[in-house]
Design a binder for this molecule. Structure first.
Ligand code: C2E
Ligand code: CA
Ligand code: CA
Ligand code: CA
Length: 283
């Protein structure tokens, strides 16, 4: 990288150029992706366990981009590009509307409420008139605000803590559920936890990865401690990235509230997600 000194100049330059070209292609492709309907959402179920049974609790909506020229591009690649270029504003609005449409369909099919959490970027949250836009979408899709959840990350908060808290409070007052994503990967998490108007805390996958291997190891202690602190502060805890039965067992033993991960289900296309919903009560 750059800081390794001048002698690296020749090695570093072409690599940087390649990265730039790639980003430019992604950026240009993204601009057309919305119109060309190359973007879609998949829905990963979140479960809770009660009376020895597993129940669907909510979904997390995740963006997918199938480009006709680039193929399937991961959100880990295109979301940062969208954030940088400002395209995250229309993309983010599209994602909220799309998720609300899913909620409206689910309510129409089953006669029951379903909650869908949408990932929200900082630029989007702090963008002009975000709360009004969200209200507009809820009205237009004619769904209750309590069916919509928003996931924000710690990096969102680092940028402009006061402004973020203000907006989150407005969203929460509407009835929208707020979830703190990737918890434990940022800094000073525990300090600001008590000032946040959140409902849910998502324990990052890195905490889950180490579970079940060495029972009573430091990883177990850390996860158990965070679950306990969060619950005592009145937050519900979601474990994300649960890939193995031992992890699920360990989390159940620690009294975690909700579970999400490939062991339970991958993110699903709309028809498969709708199939998980309880039978219609209106028919
Ligand atoms: P995230 O919000 O932390 O979402 C969780 C990611 O982990 C998703 O990757 C999901 O598919 C994946 N995952 C779920 N269970 C497991 C598991 O058991 N094992 C493993 N290895 N992975 C699991 P995905 O869909 O590729 O999304 C990556 C990131 O892109 C998301 O991380 C989120 O930060 C961002 N993202 C996705 N869709 C949107 C969106 O609509 N808006 C915004 N702003 N960001 C989005
Ligand atoms: Ca998320
Ligand atoms: Ca996450
Ligand atoms: Ca993440």
């Amino acid at each position: 990288a750059k800081k390794q000194g001048k002698q690296r100049f020749l090695l570093y330059e072409p690599a940087m150029q390649a990265e730039t070209e790639c980003r430019v292609r992604l950026k240009n492709g993204l601009r057309r992706a919305l119109q060309k309907q190359e973007l879609y959402l998949v829905y990963q179920p979140v479960y809770r366990i009660a009376d020895g049974h597993i129940h669907l609790a909510s979904f997390e909506a995740l963006a997918r981009w199938h480009s006709d020229t680039l193929g399937l591009v991961s959100p880990a690649e295109f979301i940062p590009v969208a954030e940088e270029s400002g395209f995250i504003i229309p993309l983010g609005e599209w994602a909220i509307r799309e998720a609300c449409r899913f909620i409206a369909t689910a309510i129409g099919d089953t006669g029951r409420a379903v909650t869908v959490f949408v990932n929200i970027s900082m630029r989007q949250l702090l963008g002009n008139g975000f709360v009004d836009k969200v209200c507009g979408i809820l009205n237009e899709q004619d769904i209750p605000a309590s069916c919509l959840g928003m996931e924000i990350t710690e990096s969102v908060l680092a940028a402009d803590f006061k402004a973020c808290v203000g907006i989150l409070e407005q969203l929460k007052a509407l009835g929208i559920k707020i979830s703190l994503d990737d918890f434990g990967t940022g800094y000073s998490s525990l300090t600001y936890l008590r000032h946040l108007p959140i409902d849910v805390l998502k324990l990052d996958k890195s905490f889950i990865d180490v579970l079940g291997e060495a029972e009573g190891g430091k990883g177990e202690v850390l996860a158990a401690g965070i679950i306990q602190i969060a619950q005592q502060m009145g937050y519900q805890v979601v474990a994300e990235g649960v890939e193995r039965l031992e992890q699920l067992r360990s989390l159940i033993g620690r009294g975690c509230d909700y579970y999400q991960g490939f062991y339970l289900s991958k993110p699903l296309p709309v028809p498969e997600a709708l199939e998980l919903l309880p039978e219609s009560v209106v028919k």
